[in-house]
Design a protein around this ligand. Structure first.
Ligand code: GDP
Ligand code: ADP
Length: 210
């Protein structure tokens, strides 16, 4: 039955647009019980991060082993580190009926789209490029050269928006969260997702009476 399988939701967009912030706000309340897909990465753990919660922190060798074993739905190299989405947890949770939420960058999202075209692809866009630049600068993690590189990359990433199903402008975090939740809940109401279950209910009802 189509509606008992969960939905795969992919949130992506340029660096600094607020993906992590919006995702954290969604998971703070998590009123719809989404399951977060924890990625593997070779980057250094930051203070406050927890292995297995924020990421699975691995060595390059361990990551390459995951690639070899075909354990990743997709992987990408981003600012000198590997990032990848473990496939098993996704399959297990979708088949249990949970909506699985991925927060990944644009290259990875496009690879997921090829392998799982039924997913819902949401592009988080900045209100404008000056605001994107000030968010990257405000984070205080990058020097001028890297900021310039990220802005160049953002230009290419925004070009990729046409391959997504929805665009949400991250002007206010709460507003963006409501829009993302609204998209997911509307997707659940699509006739194509519930039609099989309704047919089965009708079938069972009339069979009882026979
Ligand atoms: N392709 C891909 N990108 C990922 C994955 N996990 C996280 N990312 C993205 O990698 C980028 C860098 O993430 P991170 O190092 O946590 O830094 P920050 O989000 O820029 O603070 C972000 O755009 C994430 O959305 C993954 O499994 N696959
Ligand atoms: N709606 C928003 N309005 C203002 N600042 C925001 C908003 N969303 C995120 N930010 C800020 O922008 C910066 C980048 O956000 P972050 O979530 O790290 O982006 P990403 O995960 O896309 O790289 C952070 O300093 C964050 O606090």
């Amino acid at each position: 039955m189509s509606d008992t399988r969960g939905l795969l939701i992919v949130l992506s967009g340029p660096s600094g647009v607020g993906k992590g912030t919006v995702r954290a706000a969604i998971f703070k309340n998590n009123i719809y019980n989404y399951v977060y897909s924890v990625s593997a990465t070779t980057r250094q753990m930051r203070p406050g991060e927890v292995d297995g919660v924020d990421y699975y922190f691995t060595s390059r060798e361990e990551f390459e082993q995951l690639i070899e074993e075909d354990a990743l739905l997709e992987h990408a190299e981003y600012v000198g580190n590997y990032y990848g989405t473990p496939i098993k947890a996704i399959e297990d949770n979708l088949s249990k009926g949970y909506d699985v939420f991925l927060e990944i960058e644009v290259q990875g999202a496009m690879k997921v789209r090829e392998r799982m075209p039924d997913g819902i692809f949401i592009f988080l866009a900045p209100p404008n490029l000056n605001e994107l630049e000030s968010r990257i600068t405000g984070r205080g993690t990058d020097n001028q050269e890297i900021i310039y590189e990220r802005m160049q990359k953002a230009r290419e990433e925004i070009e990729m928006m046409k391959h997504y199903d929805y665009v949400v402008v991250n002007d206010e975090v709460d507003c963006a969260v409501n829009k993302v939740n609204g998209i997911i809940q509307s997707e659940h109401l699509k006739v194509s997702r519930v039609v099989d279950q309704i047919k089965l209910q009708i079938h069972n009802y009339f069979q009882k009476g026979e």
